[in-house]
Design a protein around this ligand. Structure first.
Ligand SMILES: [Zn+2]
Length: 335
């Protein structure tokens, strides 16, 4: 891959090869759907594949040259035959609205500027509202030759089944742990790539994101509150008030990780996989006196809360209830 190219990731070679074969045999479908967990590089891949299609002199394996006019236009965000459809900037709902999709339907009916491919990426495709989704469906029903739509989604079950069925789906897996750690090691200046990867649930790009913002600090302070609560040093209502100002989805994910690790630590002192390796001792101390069935039941409650977060209007109330139940769960253990 040349330097001046969108980089695909080492664990995506198989999908790359399959799509390049299809391109060479001129049997690329009109629409692709890239699914799989967040943070494994679906968007990177879509950009890399776009460059491969638009480059004027991609080689036999589909590697773009990185220097032609098309590569340059794409890399600088100005290629006339490429379009990115996502939520509007600053949009509160994060929805993709019909106006964005209408632009596309108007556009794809025109011939391409270069005589080559026209490429459209829709991401996250599951955030199209129903008007936008129906409008896109019309485009999918009347495909235009040499136009490729790439839909990207972490939650494909939220897409209209009629949209899903018109796309060829590729599922992007988590990379092998060794591969992901090797990749992260090259990019992380300090800290332990292995812990970071575990914290990100095995998703390398998520791990990298966490380094770039204050996620780690926030997580540490949430974990401290969680410990303080279990030692009855802080009121659950107070923590809920604090947590409700933050991203509740993220907090519930962390909480899940702590509970899952506690369950793993109840089985063996040396579990092969832990989300929170650096907090192992604290989690072990907390897990030790707890009744495993009660811990399991509480974890199910957290899963249920996660399932409801999208429609939850009062996250403070939800968190209060969870933390009070957790407190009760700890104290039933006879502390
Ligand atoms: Zn090129």
């Amino acid at each position: 891959m040349p330097e001046s190219a969108y980089q695909r990731l080492p664990w995506q070679e198989e999908i790359w090869f399959r799509l390049q074969q299809a391109r060479k045999q001129e049997r690329l479908p009109h629409a692709l759907l890239f699914t799989g967990p967040a943070g494994v590089g679906k968007v990177n891949f879509a950009f890399a594949f776009t460059q491969s299609l638009l480059c004027a002199q991609a080689d036999d394996r589909g590697e773009p040259c990185g220097v032609c006019r098309h590569c340059h236009l794409l890399l600088t965000g100005n290629h006339p035959d490429f379009q990115w459809i996502g939520p509007e900037e600053g949009s509160k709902s994060g929805e993709i609205r019909i106006a964005s999709v209408r632009e596309l339907t108007k556009d794809v009916s025109l011939t391409t500027q270069s005589g080559g491919y026209k490429v459209v990426i829709v991401s996250p495709a599951d955030r199209m509202n129903s008007a936008a989704a129906n409008s896109l469906l019309k485009t999918l029903e009347e495909p235009v030759s040499n136009t490729l739509l790439m839909l990207i989604s972490d939650n494909p079950s939220r897409l209209l089944p009629t949209i899903r069925s018109r796309c060829q789906q590729f599922t992007f897996p988590y990379p092998e742990q060794n591969e992901a750690i090797a990749w992260l090691t090259e990019r992380v200046a300090s800290g332990d790539p292995e812990s970071l990867l575990a914290l990100a649930g095995g998703a390398p790009l998520l791990a990298l994101d966490m380094l770039g913002d204050d996620t780690i600090t926030k997580r540490q302070s949430a974990f401290k509150a969680f410990i303080d609560l279990s030692q009855a040093r802080i009121d659950p209502v107070k923590i809920a008030a604090e947590w409700s100002k933050q991203d509740d989805k993220q907090l519930l994910e962390w909480l899940t990780g702590w509970l899952v690790d506690m369950l793993r630590l109840q089985v063996t002192g040396q579990p092969p996989l832990l989300y929170n390796r650096e907090d192992k001792q604290a989690l072990q101390r907390m897990a030790q006196p707890l009744n495993s069935a009660a811990l399991q039941r509480f974890l199910l409650q957290v899963y249920e809360a996660r399932r409801l977060t999208d429609n939850n209007l009062n996250s403070q109330l939800m968190l209060e209830k969870l933390l009070i139940d957790w407190y009760a769960c700890l104290h039933r253990a006879g502390r």
